[in-house]
Design a binder for this molecule. Structure first.
Ligand code: PNW
Length: 459
């Protein structure tokens, strides 16, 4: 039996655009994802989040399911354009009411809310007005929105995540253009990343100065990172793996823990990487009470041979060229339906890398999970592969804890099947199965397994 430390946090997670639906209900403004998903060719089957899991209307039922499964901590996100339809200016009272009711319903069921302020659904008006994350104007718009959330919900919400996966927003949204707002550029991603960091820092400063003493909550950021394993023992490959991790996670975590971008990024990018002023560095450094980590997979890294193939192979807007890294996977590794390799030991190595680089911060894995082609048969989803995935990753988490990592919690992505961004409804990450025609929810076997994990604090 693998036991976790006393008080270990066991949660599940979702995000607003992926589950809520009600895209234009009760005064909600449009987001860049409403626009992007409605554009031909951007998502599988032209799927959109218009209805999604209809959680906006079914949240009470969903919370009852969580309660029945023994889930005690739930991470969700607030849709910025539901609160502020045009991003700034007038508040939509129905939006405030929805999240207030959701939070109250969770607390009534003894479920602790962890709230993400930005999980990618930027108000479309801000993208159209000034280019979204490419303009410094976004920093104050985000701060204003964050303040509204602290003010209205902070009496009941004690865990805040400012931004979910700045890497994805910058790289996939403004670099490769495969996610909203679909912009393609080899340079813009670094500018978007810069503003994401500054927006985070301003929101945190505001929370600390105006709310934290009274509300007694914690605030941090969630960043995603894969593990990068050197392809061989050669020093050049070890260096390549390290570079790749610095371009991935340290891009965002170094400013927060050390006050500036990693040296290697400054060196390789020159003027393409924006600079922080000393004042900005001061606000960034120490701006997270905990280290939020979203982790899904591992790849091999080796020194790139200098050809321009990377861009074709990985289509990532040139950033692998910036890193001078070539990535690959082991064909023997099992893969999820996303094609992501299942490599539990990569999770352990990443946790220890974070411990060493950032002076052992409290870490919460705010997402880990997998998509499989689940089938509902005779009222059952026998997702033994998902249970095996969790057992593998959690065993390695436990080993990382034994080796000194300060891992304090783990959130399964996701509570239920939902709108998987560019993959639409073709990928199922949930521990609850959702029939998107009837909206019927069915617990998968992994949900039953997770109930036992929660009640035993291990498995
Ligand atoms: C995360 N990548 O997205 C998000 O936080 C979730 O909303 C999403 O549903 C989940 O992981 C599964 O995809 C990612 O390309 C999307 O490396 C893409 C990447 C990583 C995370």
């Amino acid at each position: 039996m693998i036991h976790f430390p006393k008080d270990f946090i066991w949660g599940t997670a979702t995000s607003a655009y992926q589950i809520e639906g009600a895209a234009q209900t009760d005064g909600k403004g449009l987001s860049i994802w409403d626009d992007f998903s409605a554009t031909a060719g951007k998502t599988k089957n032209g799927d959109t989040g218009k209805i999604a899991c209809d959680h906006y209307h079914r949240f009470k039922e969903d919370i009852a399911l969580m309660k029945a499964a023994g889930i005690k901590v739930y991470r969700f996100s607030i849709s910025w354009p539901r609160i502020l339809p045009t991003g700034i200016g007038a508040i939509n009272p129905a939006g405030l009411q929805f999240y207030s009711d959701l939070i109250d319903e969770l607390l009534r069921n003894d479920i602790t809310p962890w709230v993400t302020l930005y999980h990618w659904d930027l108000p479309l008006a801000l993208e159209e007005e000034f280019g979204g994350w490419l303009s410094p104007k976004i920093i104050y718009a985000f701060k204003n929105y964050a303040n509204i959330c602290f003010e209205y919900f902070g009496d009941r919400v004690k865990h805040w995540i400012t931004i979910n996966e700045a890497w994805v927003v910058a790289t996939l949204g403004y670099g490769q253009g495969v996610f909203a707002p679909g912009k393609v550029s080899n340079d813009s991603l670094y500018l978007a990343g810069h503003h994401l960091l500054l927006a985070h820092a301003e929101a945190v400063e505001s929370y600390r100065n105006k709310f934290q003493v009274k509300q007694q909550g914690k605030i941090g950021m969630s960043n995603n990172c894969d593990w990068r394993e050197p392809k061989t023992d050669a020093q050049a490959d070890k260096d390549a793996a390290q570079r790749s991790l610095e371009f991935f996670l340290a891009w965002f975590a170094d400013p927060i823990y050390k006050g500036d971008y990693p040296e290697i990024m400054k060196q390789n990018l020159g003027d393409r990487l924006p600079k922080f002023t000393p004042e900005q560095q001061g606000k960034l450094k120490g701006s997270s009470d905990f280290f939020g980590l979203n982790h899904y997979t591992t790849m091999f890294a080796e020194a790139s041979k200098g050809n321009s193939k990377e861009q074709e192979v990985y289509g990532n807007g040139g950033i692998l060229e910036d890193q001078q890294v070539h990535l690959s996977v082991d064909n023997n590794w099992e893969k999820t339906a996303m094609g992501w390799a299942i490599v539990p030991w990569g999770c352990e190595k990443l946790l220890l890398w974070i411990k060493d680089r950032y002076d052992n911060p409290p870490i919460f894995i705010t997402e880990n999970g997998c998509a499989f082609d689940d089938v509902l048969q005779d009222g059952q989803v026998a997702d033994t592969n998902r249970i095996a995935f969790f057992e593998g990753y959690l065993s390695c988490c436990k080993q990382a804890i034994a080796a000194g990592a300060n891992l304090q919690g783990y959130f399964i992505w996701s509570f239920m099947d939902n709108f998987e961004w560019a993959e639409g409804y073709t990928k199922r990450f949930g521990i609850y199965h959702v029939d998107f025609e009837t909206q019927k929810r069915t617990p998968k076997n992994s949900a039953k397994w997770y109930s036992m994990v929660i009640s035993n604090n291990g498995f």
